[in-house]
Write a protein that binds this ligand. Structure first.
Ligand code: NAD
Length: 294
């Protein structure tokens, strides 16, 4: 069993780290929020007082942070974590960030002989708890093979998207589609209800018809339709509106860089932006329904 440093114990990082503890690994964990560290310490992990303390003697380092600025802030610079991590250590960076940031950090790691892959995930908090996440990896194939035994304890599907940063490109494309589908699903459900339908009945129909998608199958945005979806829990937990907004911003940036057109992605970004500006940034992204609900 390996000694793993896990940094970032939020909605996703916490259940991912718990699955590694359950698999018998020795985890040393750190988060800026002490309560998040305590959950893991209570489950058998060692609590570190800082990120550098967590990575000391670690064979594997895993990070799950909100955005590019947090990842660059953690790893880069004179006091950055890369100066504290031993050569040949394997680093799995699982946050969803800009491909350019992922490449920058991976190149800085390589200069120090540290093996790093970008390994963003899909599957939501439910997938993180169940250990059924999809990992979308960018980096050297040999490093992915070294990472595979750890990824398999947290996920079910593991893809190699290409070189460093490619995992992020694929993840951003996926999440742009997710943002569009959640807004579209919300619009359709609100239309049906405004015309007298029961949201549960309409959801059951769509889930078995050609409009079905991840939201209708696993993550229905209408409160009460799915017991375990964030919508039925006041839109608490799950995947924050501001995180979806970040991903749609990354899609817009990627489109600009490649001169690609993403009109639906841009419309979705504007909808989530409006929703966030109304004070909903910390709610689960399926609360976009409230923009459409009468
Ligand atoms: P979150 O905000 O719940 O958790 C992030 C954690 O990182 C927080 O606990 C925060 O305190 C910690 N943190 C930030 N900077 C830190 C630092 N320098 N050192 C230590 N800890 C630090 O976010 P989340 O929902 O867990 O998402 C994490 C990443 O995963 C994001 O990039 C998100 O886009 C992506 N993601 C989320 C979901 C989801 O359903 N929530 C699904 C797939 C991917």
């Amino acid at each position: 069993m390996s000694r793993i440093a896990f940094i970032g114990l939020g909605h996703m990082g916490s259940p991912m780290a718990l699955n590694l503890v359950k698999a018998g690994h020795e985890l040393v964990v750190f988060d800026l929020v002490p309560a998040a560290v305590k959950v893991l310490a209570d489950a058998g992990a060692s609590a570190a007082a800082s990120a550098p303390a967590a990575v000391k003697d670690a064979e594997v380092v895993i990070s799950m942070l909100p955005a590019s600025k947090h990842v660059e802030g953690l790893y880069l610079g004179e006091a950055g974590l890369l100066t504290q991590i031993a050569a040949n250590t394997l680093v799995l960076e699982c946050s969803t960030i800009a491909p350019e940031s992922a490449r920058k950090v991976a190149a800085a790691a390589l200069e120090r002989g540290i093996r790093m892959v970008d390994a963003p995930v899909s599957g939501g908090t439910g997938g993180a708890v169940a250990g059924t996440l999809t990992f979308i990896v960018g980096g050297a194939a040999a490093d992915l093979e070294s990472a595979r035994p750890y990824l398999e304890k947290m996920g079910k599907n593991i893809f190699h998207a290409g070189a460093a940063g490619a995992g992020q490109v694929a993840k951003i494309c996926n999440n742009m589609l997710l943002g569009i589908l959640m807004a579209g699903t919300s619009e359709a459900l609100a239309l049906g209800v405004a015309n007298g339908l029961d949201p549960k009945v309409l959801s059951d129909i769509v889930a078995k018809s050609s409009g079905r998608n991840w939201a209708t199958e696993l993550y229905n945005p209408w409160p009460g339709v799915m017991e375990h979806a964030p919508a039925s829990n006041g839109y608490a937990g799950g995947f924050g509106v501001d995180l979806m907004l970040k991903d749609l911003g990354l899609a817009a940036e990627s489109a600009l860089n490649a001169r690609a057109s993403v009109p639906l992605g841009e419309l979705a970004r504007n909808l989530y932006s409006m929703h966030s500006a109304q004070g909903n940034g910390a709610l689960d992204f399926s609360s976009i329904l409230n923009l459409f609900k009468k």
